[in-house]
Design a protein around this ligand. Structure first.
Ligand SMILES: Cc1cc2nc3c(=O)[nH]c(=O)nc-3n(C[C@H](O)[C@H](O)[C@H](O)COP(=O)(O)OP(=O)(O)OC[C@H]3O[C@@H](n4cnc5c(N)ncnc54)[C@H](O)[C@@H]3O)c2cc1C
Length: 421
């Protein structure tokens, strides 16, 4: 058997757009428009084979950049092929996590897995949501959307109502598969609850496959440790890990809304859990690697009291560049980057941080990056999804002002103001 090996050093350079040798290692574009206006696809250039043999999609945009830099045809994203399914022969239900109200990469992988299971059949991939108006389901591969927001309260932790709504969907639609994210307390919990309920209702094959990382040749592979997989026929309920399948990238689906005939009254809920509400957590007590929202300071911050106040007002965990730490303005435990902590925040705000490669290495997994910097050409501004070119201290003070908690004026400054008056 031939084993395809990857060079981890080259992979790291390829993924890091700021590395000086990046262009040398970047792959050629996988999709481009030829001089005749024909869309060409190079299937070999799409993604890379990971260390355990799974094909990983390249989401860095590196291949597109490479084609432009190489003087080739600029890659223009062609319109996706529209797929419409009028009369489905059955359903594959996907329950996305929708953390923060939108599809995550993991959710897209789950829908990709459902599409893989649907193959060329007329099974409708159906996204089951407990929120209304979820964006992006069409591009993610959903033929149908089943909005159960009217049956459950999305704000409270109420797995029993959710389970009851899913059982009602199971009874009406009898889907061939249910796919959940292997997360806790989201899909991992709900998927197991559904499996237990269906088993007690006598549904065959309801024993779920958990920690699924791949489905191939009608078999699901579940991770059972670092070196061991459990293989079995694809069961009705799959609770899958991130990167279990390639997300949909070539087609656009309808995500046509559908409803259940059962209404609230018809859904039996056994109330056993009472949600006492969320417990407030001090953002500074959350380990930096797990913090969802980080306000990070670099050498460009001068007003440190104002920075701490802004973090408090925004409810953000504090991070820092190495220079801010070396200068003694922040504790070492707050350093983000190659020799600090690798963070994965949904939102990372970098104030007065230039974006040295060692710092950027620490924020590759952040979903949204906002740079506040006076220098529009710095690497952090290039990396950011949104950049504010202004004085960092002044922007933070203005944000606090807008939120109704202006930065307190230090006592000494106050006295000077009085003197001047
Ligand atoms: C082996 C090694 C490991 C390292 N590991 C790390 C690491 O883990 N993490 C890390 O962060 N660094 C690390 N570094 C250091 C890294 O190379 C950079 O020196 C450091 O990240 C720079 O920090 P900075 O962006 O705060 O400072 P600078 O690079 O000095 O940038 C300051 C920025 O603030 C902006 N600015 C100035 N005034 C204002 C203002 N009033 N308002 C808004 N913006 C302003 C400037 O335009 C500039 O962009 C490492 C270095 C080495 C050699």
């Amino acid at each position: 058997m031939s084993v395809r090996r990857i060079d981890p050093h080259a992979e790291r350079i390829r993924r890091n757009r700021l590395h000086p040798r990046h262009r040398e290692f970047a792959r050629p574009a996988w999709r481009w428009t030829s001089a005749e206006g024909v869309t060409r696809i190079n299937p070999h250039a799409l993604g890379a084979i990971g260390p355990n043999g799974i094909k990983r999609l390249d989401r860095s945009g590196a291949s597109v950049e490479a084609s432009i830099a190489g003087g080739g045809q600029a890659s223009t994203e062609p319109a996706r092929r529209q797929i419409t399914l009028e009369v489905p022969s059955g359903y594959i239900m996907v329950v996305p996590e929708l953390a923060e109200g939108r599809l995550s990469d993991h959710d897209r992988d789950l829908l990709g897995l459902a599409r893989q299971l649907a193959g060329d059949t007329d099974l409708a991939v159906t996204a089951v949501t407990f929120l209304s108006d979820v964006a992006g389901l069409e591009e993610a591969g959903a033929d149908r959307r089943l909005d159960l927001a009217n049956l459950v309260d999305a704000e409270t932790y109420d797995p029993e109502s959710r389970l009851a709504a899913l059982v009602a969907a199971e009874r009406e639609l009898v889907p061939s598969h249910w796919i959940f994210a292997d997360d806790f307390p989201g899909g991992g919990d709900l998927g197991r609850r559904l499996a237990a309920r269906l088993t007690s209702d006598g549904v065959q094959e309801a024993r779920p496959a958990t920690r699924v990382w791949q489905v191939a040749d009608g078999r699901s592979l579940s991770r059972a440790g670092d070196r061991q997989d459990i293989q079995r026929d694809v069961p009705k309920i799959l609770i899958a890990l991130a990167e279990c399948a390639d997300p949909v990238s070539e087609t656009r689906h309808e995500a046509r809304p559908m409803t259940l005939e059962a209404d609230n009254a018809a859904i039996e809920i056994t109330a056993g859990i009472v949600d006492r509400g969320r417990v407030a957590v001090d953002p500074q007590q959350i380990p930096l690697a797990q913090a969802p929202f980080i306000l990070s300071a670099g050498r460009g911050v001068a007003d440190w009291a104002g920075f701490h106040h802004a973090a408090d007002v925004l409810g953000a965990s504090e991070g820092a560049s190495r220079v801010a730490v070396d200068d003694g303005n922040m504790p070492r435990a707050r350093q983000v980057g190659a020799t600090g902590t690798f963070v994965a925040a949904s939102c990372y705000i970098a104030v007065g941080i230039s974006g040295a490669v060692q710092h950027l290495q620490g924020i590759t997994r952040c979903q949204r990056v906002i740079a506040i910097n006076r220098d529009p050409t710095c690497d952090m501004v290039k990396r950011a999804d949104l950049a504010i070119i202004a004085d960092g201290d002044a922007v933070l003070a203005a944000v606090c002002q807008q939120l109704g908690r202006p930065t307190p004026v230090p006592a000494a400054t106050e006295e000077r103001c009085h003197d001047a008056a």
